[in-house]
Design a binder for this molecule. Sequence first.
Ligand SMILES: [Zn+2]
Length: 141
Amino acid sequence: MGQVSINENVMDLTPDGPRLKGMRCNNCGNHVFPMQSGCPKCTSDDVEEVQLGTQGTLWAWTIQGFPPKAPPYLGEANPEKFEAYGVGYIELPGQLKVESRLTISDPSLLKIGMEMEIVPETIGMDEEGNELVTFAFAPSA
Ligand SMILES: [Zn+2]
């Protein structure tokens, strides 16, 4: 039993935590997440995979109070057992804004511009008993 990334095209799971796989365009410098084969801004295909930053600032947020549509959502879908969680955009300096689950679901603890860092979040188990891990952002320690 161990931990597995819910989607290896989107995120690697390292001993230091999740690392997001983004794309940088060598033509215009645009960053995209998740990775794709061409730049949506200038249509260049001169792009490369880059690891996105692990720290940023909270740019916007909301509270997800009911189970999102599945798929792509993989967590608890039963409305009776579902627990509300925060969702936000984290601005990664020099890269882009990434939409992410937040570890905080209390609106009084969330503030635009606060420093955040990426952390692993277990959202379920696969058939072999491995923990399915996604990423979330938490206030920086
Ligand atoms: Zn481009």
